[in-house]
Every structure is written in structure tokens, then in C-alpha cells.
Ligand binder design. Structure first.
Ligand code: SF4
Length: 330
């Protein structure tokens, strides 16, 4: 493998073909960090409008650190995996408390921030600080697997571990951020999971899988993960223009620590007329939700996990798109 030739081909292609994405226009540590956290488990298409509106509301790390968790969750609405938003705010508070509000530029302090792993630390340090830290994500695993003809499953931790030394070896002395982004860009736009566009690939002449014609066999298919069916009976309890919401605990299987409509197991109220039903998928769970009208028994006190919210303000509290599906048709 000619590492220098591979770098030249890929970096030249990236300079010509990279997508114009909002976080690439002004690569400050704060902007790169927010984009990288959003892009974990969420597509570029879904992240782009959210990133723009989030940055409009929280234009700086100090504005994020100075906001309440509910406010941050509200602006994260629709992106899912809400622990990412909580960690983002906790990390902003930590930068303010431990680094005088200046985003750290060394590996260990960046890695110590809540929600930041080796991949995200490498992305921030290489893109925002031009430091030669490698990164490995799903795109990079797929590209390396094909480029070097390596067999394994892309989500197998031992296979992923094998990729880090390769990423370190290939890291150029200059433009580490461009190099890391070029690898991921190739995986996202050319060396895609299904039907890679080898005919348009800038590194095809270096690619073992292409030479052997096995690009569709690498990486190996994931083991099938069975979906779990879940059914919720939720209650629409409305009184004087306000609706009862329930703060889901950390012990819930799904949508932990978020406000939602109460389930019938949460409150002592008989489900009445069926108002709506919806299907929703959350990480290997296929959720069917039935929304029933209900009322509390006369004189019943509401528990501390619940609160009344005016109908017009529900969207400020119900951040999961599951609830938005239900209440938008209410
Ligand atoms: Fe991927 Fe095909 Fe390029 Fe190889 S030649 S890196 S399989 S797109």
C-alpha cells in the first residue's frame, strides 16, 4: 500500500468534492463539538436544520452553560438520544468551571468531558485545533475494511479496535482535520454501505476489495438484532385548558428523564375513549402507543412526578418526536 499516494488522492478529492455543511464553514471548537455530538447516531440531513437552529439559540459555549436542561432539551427535540443533549450542557458547565470557559485543546481534558469519547476527541482536536489525532467511526471502519480487504463486522468492538493503528499510521503531518473528514466523507458519499460507487472512487486504485471484486462482501453483515415490541397506554388528562404531564424516571426502559404523557400505570385514572394511536421506533424497540382520554378521580392530588401544562405550551415540554406525532393530530 502506497500511503503517500492514497493520502494525495483522497485529500485532492476532498478539496474538490466535499459537501458544503454548516459546521465546516467556521470550525471553532464549540461548533465542531456540537456538530460531532449531533452527528452521533443521526444523519447529516436530520442534523443540518437542527444544528442551525441550535446554534442560533446557543451561539456560544457560555450561552449553553447558562441555560437550563429543559431549555437545551427543547432545542434538541427530534434528534433523539437525549442523553447527548444533557451531556453537552454538562460538558459546557465543566468547561466554564474547570477551563475558565475556554474549550481545552489537549487530548486528556477533552476526553474527560461528559459525552466525549475517543472518536469525538479526535474530531475536535484534528478539525478545530489541527492536531494529528486520528478518528474511527462507522464510515472509517467500512472504508478501511474494503480498502485493506479486512474481514469483520463493522460493529464488532475487536474489529473496530484493529482500525485505530491504521488510522494513526495514515495520519498526515499537515491538515489532519481535512484528512479525517475526507475519510468520513468518502464513507458517507462514495464508499456507502450498499452499492459503493467504486467507478467514481478517488482511491479505487489503492483498494484491495475493488481489485478482488469483493467490495459488496466487506465489511461482513451484522448479526441480526431482534426488535422488541412495546405497547404503551397513554392518557390525555385535560382540565381547564391544561394537560397532565409525567416526568419519566431513570428506571424507565425508554425516554428516560423526559417529560411525557402519563401511562395508565403511572396514575390512578381509568382510560376512556381512544383518541389516537401511533407507531414509533426507538433503538430496537417497536413502540405502539394508544392515547386514551381520561380524568383523575375527584379531589385526587397529583404526584410530584407530574405537572399541569397549558395545551398551547405542550411542545415546550414534550421533546420526543413520539409525543409530537400524537399531539400534532390531537
Ligand atoms: Fe470503497 Fe469501492 Fe472506493 Fe474501494 S474502490 S474504497 S470499495 S468505493
Amino acid at each position: 500500500m502506497n500511503d503517500a499516494g492514497l493520502r494525495r488522492s483522497l485529500l485532492g478529492w476532498y478539496a474538490r468534492a466535499k459537501r458544503d455543511l454548516p459546521w465546516r464553514r467556521d470550525s471553532t471548537p464549540y461548533r465542531v463539538w456540537v456538530s460531532e455530538i449531533m452527528l452521533q447516531q443521526t444523519t447529516v440531513a436530520a442534523v443540518t436544520p437542527k444544528y442551525i437552529s441550535f446554534l442560533r439559540r446557543f451561539p456560544s459555549l457560555s450561552s449553553l452553560a447558562g441555560s437550563s436542561e429543559d431549555e437545551v432539551l427543547k432545542h434538541w427535540a427530534g434528534l433523539g438520544y437525549y442523553s447527548r443533549a444533557r451531556n453537552l450542557r454538562r460538558a459546557a458547565l465543566s468547561v466554564v468551571a474547570d477551563h475558565a470557559g475556554v474549550f481545552p485543546s489537549e487530548f486528556e481534558p477533552v476526553l474527560a468531558l461528559p459525552g466525549v469519547g475517543r472518536y469525538t476527541a479526535g474530531a475536535i482536536l484534528s478539525i478545530a485545533f489541527a492536531k494529528p489525532y486520528p478518528l474511527v467511526d462507522g464510515n472509517v471502519v467500512r472504508v478501511f475494511s474494503r480498502l485493506f480487504g479486512m474481514k469483520g463486522r463493522a460493529k464488532d468492538p475487536s474489529f473496530v479496535k484493529m482500525m485505530w493503528p491504521i488510522a494513526e499510521r495514515l495520519m498526515p503531518r499537515t491538515n489532519p482535520g481535512d484528512w479525517n473528514q475526507a475519510l468520513m466523507e468518502l464513507g458517507a458519499t462514495v464508499c456507502t454501505p450498499d452499492s459503493p460507487s467504486c467507478g467514481a472512487c478517488p482511491v479505487a486504485k489503492h483498494c484491495v476489495a475493488f481489485e478482488k471484486g469483493i467490495q459488496d462482501e466487506l465489511p461482513e453483515p451484522e448479526k441480526y438484532k431482534k426488535q422488541t415490541d412495546v405497547k404503551w397506554n397513554c392518557l390525555w388528562i385535560e382540565k381547564n385548558g391544561r394537560v397532565l404531564l409525567w416526568k419519566r424516571t431513570n428506571g424507565e426502559r425508554l425516554l428516560k428523564n423526559l417529560w411525557g404523557l402519563p401511562e395508565s400505570r403511572h396514575v390512578d385514572a381509568e382510560p376512556g375513549r381512544l383518541l389516537r394511536s401511533a407507531h414509533h421506533s426507538i433503538t430496537h424497540h417497536s413502540l405502539r402507543v394508544l392515547l386514551h382520554e381520561a380524568s383523575l378521580p375527584h379531589g385526587a392530588a397529583i404526584p410530584p412526578e407530574a405537572k399541569w401544562v397549558p395545551v398551547a405550551e405542550l411542545r415546550d415540554h414534550l421533546v420526543s418526536s413520539l409525543w409530537l406525532k400524537l399531539i400534532s393530530r390531537k
